[in-house]
Structure formats: structure tokens, C-alpha cells
Design a binder for this molecule. Sequence first.
Ligand SMILES: Cc1cc2nc3c(=O)[nH]c(=O)nc-3n(C[C@H](O)[C@H](O)[C@H](O)COP(=O)(O)OP(=O)(O)OC[C@H]3O[C@@H](n4cnc5c(N)ncnc54)[C@H](O)[C@@H]3O)c2cc1C
Length: 367
Amino acid sequence: MKVAVVGLGIAGLSICARLALAGHDVSGFDQFEPMHTHGSSHGDTRIMRLTPGEGEIYVELARRANEGWRTWEGLAGRPFIEWTTGLMAGPRGSPFVAACQRLSKTPAALLRGDAIHALTRGYIAMPYEWDVFRQEDAGVIAADAARAFLLKQAVRWGAKLQHNARIDAPIDGLVLKINDSARAFDAVIVAAGGWARRLLPEFAGRLAVKRRVVGWFETPNPRLAPVICADNDEGVYGMSAPRGLYKLGLHAIGGATDPDSVREPDADDAELLSAQARVLLPTHNPTPVRMARCLYTVTPDEHFLITPSSANARVLLFSACSGHGFKYAPMFGQIAEDWLNGKETAELTAFGITRRAPVNRLGGEKT
Ligand SMILES: Cc1cc2nc3c(=O)[nH]c(=O)nc-3n(C[C@H](O)[C@H](O)[C@H](O)COP(=O)(O)OP(=O)(O)OC[C@H]3O[C@@H](n4cnc5c(N)ncnc54)[C@H](O)[C@@H]3O)c2cc1C
């Protein structure tokens, strides 16, 4: 089948690789150069969790994705994931922490926040009034390395990848307009991250594009440290990063943005991140050594939205962000292949539109 994949972030690359391996005639397009830093997939690291607190469907997906990561590591001849353990934390009674504990196959007791300082030999600190669930099965993904690997592997398996090729919006069928020419396909998969709402405007009310900023912090005594995911007001998360740094981000902070003109990190971003570093990272200098911006494409319920267009059932929206998609990357190609083959799977049902709440005209979910 002749398949077009619009967008070569981690989702589009995984899809191109898998579909090409399955024997499809795959063309992947991206508006920017390889390894660009304008979307959601760039950066040195992402958090891996095998027991994601986001829900049961993701636990199964993460376990299957983990097998895929092993396959990719075998092909690449290098590891992509470093297992560090993780600290899932939040104010007392946090539903996220409770979900992590419930979903874990080997549930352990919750810890008080102030136990973390001793547990990490002074490296990480948390407020006394936080609940903390320690997960063994958490770690750090070498994100840019994985993206670079897929750029090569997809081509090795036969995908044709075209960069600096912007697909005209909106997409209204199986003929795509690319740099003033038109090409017809049997199926089109739109993995365009923050730009998907323009390409498929029927989904615009369900896809909010948000600016996010991450910062890297240094310490005189660097070491591999646990991942942090907290559901405090800022949604702070963190992970060890290359060159002995620790990276912090704020899952819940950052306004709506135009993906084509995202404000660069500034002093206000630095202060928001520093406030978290002062609490969580007692041995680190609380001033970030550098910062970077990134895009979240957030659905009202923060679940992925993977669903065919109502105008053409051979056009698929593949929106796998809401800030937690990277870890499942090896499964994205599989999900796309299942859709292409007309399979009804648990993922396609869970991430489809049929069971989702309707959205109102302001783009918010109806309560
Ligand atoms: C700051 C931050 C931290 C995160 N942390 C984690 C984490 O710790 N763990 C985790 O699992 N996940 C995490 N995520 C989420 C994860 O990174 C995303 O789910 C994932 O990168 C989404 O990839 P994507 O391919 O859907 O989007 P993108 O990477 O944005 O790719 C979309 C691509 O489509 C292209 N495109 C758009 N429009 C067009 C067009 N018209 N023509 C051609 N090309 C087009 C764009 O140029 C872009 O390359 C994080 C995300 C961010 C931003």
C-alpha cells in the first residue's frame, strides 16, 4: 500500500520504520531538517516508566514498548534506556501516586517525602507532606539518539524520508500538496504534533498546543539519580541527563502557543524552574545552566488521540503527546499497522474518538 506519513518526530519515524518493514511503500515528510528542535521530540532525554500512573492501557503499552526498545537497541548496537528507578510523588492523598502504587505489579508502601533525602544520600529532597512511591521500573531514554537511529533504520527498511517538505494544510483527502506538487496515496497518517490541528481542522478543538520549558542543573557531585514525577501544582518532573546534569521540567506550566513562533526561554522560566530546584535538588546550583523550549499537544483528557478523519476513513490523526508519548515510541508503528490492516485493538479503541467526551465550541471538554 502507498502510505504517506506527515511529520517525522518520534511518532512519524516509528510509523515509517514499522510500515516499511511490513512491506508498504512508505513516504515520510517533514517540514524541517532532520533532528530539528521545533516540535516535541528533540532533546537529550525522556523519562521511561513501565508502570505509568496515567492508566491501565498505558501499563500494557509500556511493557510492549519496552520489548520494542530492546529490539531497537539490538539493531542500533547500543542501549537507549538507562534504568535509574523513579520517585512518583505528590501532596498527601495524590491520585497519581495512588494510581502508580495500584498499577505496579509489586506494590510497595508509600514513603513520606522527608525519607527521600536519606534514601538518595542527600541528592534529592521532597517535602514531608508528600506521598512518594518508589518505582524500580523507571529510567531515562536517550531521546535524540533514538531519533537519530530511527532516521537511519526507517530508510534501511525502505521508507523514503523527505525533509524540508511542508504538506499544505488542510489535508482533505488522499492527495497531498507538497512544495507545489501533488501526490496521491492509499492512506495518509498525520503525525504532525503541534501542527496537526491545522492539517486536520476537524480535530482542532481537541488539540491544544502548549509551550513548555525544561532546564538543566549542575552539581559538584554528579551521579545517576532517580527520575522524579510529581503531581504538585507545577507537575515537576526530572531526570539525570548527560554531562552529570539533572534536568527539570514543569508538566503543568506554560500557555497556549503558535507552533511557528514559540517564545524562547526567559528569566521567568528560569525562576519557575529554580524554585523547584531549590526544593528538590539540595546539592545543585539552582540557576539552570541552560534551558530549552518544547511543544506539548494536549487533549482535554490528556490521552492520545489516534483516530480516522470523519471526511476520509483512510486518513488517520496520530496525536501521541500530552507530554507522555516518547516512552511508547516502538509501539506507534504497530498501532499504525493495526489500523492499516483494519484490526480492532484495545489501543485503537481507547485512543479513538468514539468513546471520548464531546468538546464544546471553546475547545474544552464538556463537564
Ligand atoms: C518538554 C517535554 C518533555 C517530555 N517528556 C517526556 C517524558 O519524559 N517521557 C515521555 O514518554 N514523553 C515525554 N514527552 C512527550 C514526547 O516527547 C512526545 O509525546 C513526542 O515527542 C511526540 O512526538 P510527535 O512525533 O507526535 O510530535 P513532534 O515531535 O512534534 O513531530 C511532529 C513533526 O511533524 C512535522 N510537521 C508538522 N506539520 C507538518 C507539515 N505541514 N508538513 C510536514 N511536516 C510537518 C513537524 O515538523 C514535526 O517534526 C515530552 C514532551 C515535551 C515537549
